[in-house]
Ligand binder design. Structure first.
Ligand SMILES: Nc1ncnc2c1ncn2[C@@H]1O[C@H](COP(=O)(O)OP(=O)(O)OP(=O)(O)O)[C@@H](O)[C@H]1O
Ligand SMILES: [Mg+2]
Length: 289
């Protein structure tokens, strides 16, 4: 089910409609899970600013606490200590101002792409029927699904499902878009196309975007600011400002700067992996085996 979309030329039906604000401040945020005797610290004393206009990408080892960070900013979880502010006000719960696209598809399987997109606003009775239809159809066209809007999720390719999810998030005109490894599991070509597509959306509206990945190439391809996290419990290891012109696809195969950024991030991630490996070796020998 391969469809042709020209990522550089989709209709810009909603440009200008989105709010341009939204600064997120994490101040000494810590989070742990589990009962006291098996408490597992997942995020420790994390300070981070996420500002509109610059694409912030978080990269970190598998299982380090990236999704926990996403859940905290989305308001699905609350910090144990510290606070998270949106434009100076504490985040106290989920809101349609902060939309998340997760790696697992969250589309309602028995609804078409169109029905999925209108579901939230319809439930909240936000728009008159015709206005909602117009907006949803415009967005679905924008994400290259004009011909597929009446298909069910299982009739869509993985890339199409992600684009339907993007449309479903964007219809809320969120201040903040959070993407948690949204393209994991797609084949390399679809993933590349989705990255370019996402960048195009980002450049168009300049809303606050947080993109989480464990893939270093994806991180450097997308990021203005690359936030590198440690192993669990996640701590801030580095912020690397990426000064590479876009588009970066081919530059990343030959430019010394691109290699330098990649090396910088990889060195940190490698140190973290070694630390975790030594930690588990110590636990193993302490267990007497
Ligand atoms: N609701 C929860 N209850 C208990 N433990 C949790 C919960 N959510 C996450 N954890 C634990 O927190 C740790 C970090 O998980 P998290 O999903 O945030 O990591 P991640 O970096 O997103 O991982 P991945 O790279 O696999 O996506 C894991 O050990 C996980 O088991
Ligand atoms: Mg995760």
């Amino acid at each position: 089910m391969q469809e042709a979309i020209d990522i550089m030329d989709f209709p810009d039906s909603t440009a200008g409609a989105d709010a341009i604000s939204g600064r997120v401040d994490l101040k000494s945020v810590s989070k742990a899970y589990g009962e006291e005797w098996e408490r597992q610290e997942v995020i420790t004393n994390l300070n981070l600013e996420i500002t509109p206009g610059a694409l912030t990408v978080v990269v970190g080892p598998s299982g380090c606490g990236k999704t926990t960070l996403v859940n905290l900013i989305a308001g699905f979880e609350t910090p144990d200590s510290g606070e998270i502010l949106l434009d100076g006000r504490a985040i106290t719960g989920p809101s349609k101002d902060r939309m998340v696209v997760f790696q697992e598809t969250a589309l309602i399987p028995w609804q078409t792409a169109y029905e999925n997109v209108v579901f939230g606003p319809k439930l909240r009775g936000e728009l008159a029927r015709d206005a909602l239809r117009q907006k949803a159809e415009g967005l679905l066209a924008k994400v290259g699904l004009a011909e597929f809007m009446h298909k069910y999720p299982l009739q869509l390719s993985g890339g199409m499902q992600r684009r339907a999810e993007l449309a479903r998030a964007l219809i809320n005109q969120p201040q903040i878009m959070i993407m948690d490894e949204p393209f994991r599991g797609l084949d390399a070509m679809s993933r590349g196309l989705m990255q370019e597509f996402f960048l195009r959306l980002f450049e168009e509206n300049q809303r606050t975007n947080l993109f989480v990945t464990s893939e270093i190439d994806e991180a450097i391809f997308l990021a203005d600011r690359l936030v590198v996290l440690s192993n669990r419990p996640a701590k801030l290891r580095a912020i690397i400002d990426i000064h590479l012109p876009r588009p970066r696809r081919y530059q990343m195969l030959s430019s010394p700067e691109a290699f330098r950024y990649k090396r910088q991030a990889l060195e940190i991630l490698h140190q973290e992996a070694m630390r975790s490996f030594r930690g588990s070796q110590a636990v193993y020998s302490a267990s007497g085996r």
